[in-house]
Each structure stands twice: as structure tokens, then as C-alpha cells.
Design a protein around this ligand. Structure first.
Ligand SMILES: O=P(O)(O)OC[C@H]1O[C@H](OP(=O)(O)OP(=O)(O)O)[C@H](O)[C@@H]1O
Ligand SMILES: O=c1cc[nH]c(=O)[nH]1
Length: 176
């Protein structure tokens, strides 16, 4: 799948996101970071390290909570959900790489409420590409952009932990 030359500087977006989250959590008691597998988990790991919240870090796989679960079945690569802190009363920054329809966010919030009653959930996304189908909005965002329906944003992480965010073109309809 080819990428365009309009790709983003994911490391710069991460730094912008980090400073927003840092400011948003200033003087907040019981703060915690939870990432949505896979890209959101990579970002959450880095945020927790940079914000000294490694003991308050969790991960969510939304596979069982997706609204298309019954139709599509289970993704073969289900990862563990792990929330090792007390969710009751916590201010949780929920982290995803790309925000699109908002359906993944909805599913992740459902997961969190299975673990307790947070004081507050805030949403952080590296990229918001618009196209919302649910009333969901980020509190912290690296970049807001508009993509065509045939395009998608893809976050990758190399062996050194370096992030890259690329625009991919779905050429399925033109390849005939
Ligand atoms: O707002 P939404 O429309 O729900 O889209 C956002 C989600 O889509 C991607 O995950 P995807 O389901 O493609 O799985 P992946 O993380 O394995 O790429 C992305 O990582 C977000 O979690
Ligand atoms: O472009 C998109 C849309 C949803 N999820 C992604 O990871 N990329």
C-alpha cells in the first residue's frame, strides 16, 4: 500500500501531545494513562514514562467491545487488557493513535467502566482525522486533519521506538 508524500512528523506530534497532557494533568490527583492497543498503547507507554506515571499505566484491547464484533468476529491478534491501578476516582487519560468515527473510543470507555468509576476520562489522540459518527471529541490532540474516505492514517514504531505516521491510499477500486 503506497504512502503519499504528505506524511506527518509523528515525533513532533508526540511532543505536542505530551505538553498538552502535561498541562492538562497539572495538579490533578490520581492521574493515570491508558492506551488502546496497538498504537495508543505505544503512545501511552511513552506518556507514562515522560510524565512519571509508569505505576499508573494501563492497556485496553477493545476487540470484545467493538460494535461490529458480532458481524466481523474477533480480530486474530487480540492483546491483553491490563489495568493495574484503582480506576475508582481516577482521572484517566485514554490514549489512541488515530481518532476517526469514535467507535473505538466508545468501546474503550465501556471497558474502563467494567473496572470501576473514574472521576474523569480525558481523550488524547495523536491525530484526529474527522469523520465522527459518535459524539466524541479529543481533549488533547497532536494534529487535526481531513482525509478522503479512501485514505487512512497508519502509525508505526521502529525497533528504536521511533514513531512514524503515514497516509495510506486504498487503491482497491482503481486496480482493475
Ligand atoms: O475512531 P475509530 O473509527 O474507531 O478509529 C480509530 C481506531 O482505528 C484504529 O484501530 P484499528 O481498529 O484499525 O486497529 P489497529 O489499532 O490494530 O490498527 C486506530 O488505532 C484507532 O484505535
Ligand atoms: O485513518 C484511520 C482511521 C481509523 N483508524 C486508523 O488507524 N486510521
Amino acid at each position: 500500500m503506497p504512502t503519499t508524500n504528505q506524511d506527518f512528523d509523528a515525533e513532533a506530534l508526540y511532543r505536542a501531545l505530551l505538553e498538552q497532557v502535561r498541562a492538562g494533568l497539572a495538579n490533578v490527583p490520581d492521574a493515570a494513562i491508558v492506551g488502546i492497543h496497538s498504537g495508543g498503547a505505544w503512545l501511552a507507554e511513552r506518556l507514562a514514562a515522560d510524565l512519571d506515571l509508569k505505576g499508573r499505566l494501563g492497556f485496553i484491547d477493545v476487540s470484545f467491545y467493538r460494535d461490529d464484533y458480532a458481524r466481523k468476529g474477533l480480530h486474530p491478534d487480540v492483546k491483553p487488557t491490563h489495568i493495574g491501578f484503582n480506576v475508582d476516582g481516577a482521572t484517566i487519560v485514554l490514549v489512541d493513535d488515530v481518532l476517526y468515527t469514535g467507535r473505538t473510543t466508545r468501546a474503550a470507555i465501556n471497558v474502563l467502566f467494567d473496572y470501576g468509576r473514574p472521576a474523569c476520562i480525558k481523550l488524547a489522540a495523536l491525530a484526529d482525522r474527522g469523520g465522527r459518527e459518535l459524539p466524541v471529541a479529543p481533549d488533547f490532540v497532536g494534529v487535526t486533519t481531513t482525509l478522503a474516505g479512501r485514505q487512512s492514517l497508519s502509525l508505526a514504531r521502529d525497533a528504536s521506538g521511533q514513531l512514524s505516521l503515514t497516509i495510506e491510499e486504498d487503491n482497491a477500486d482503481s486496480e482493475q
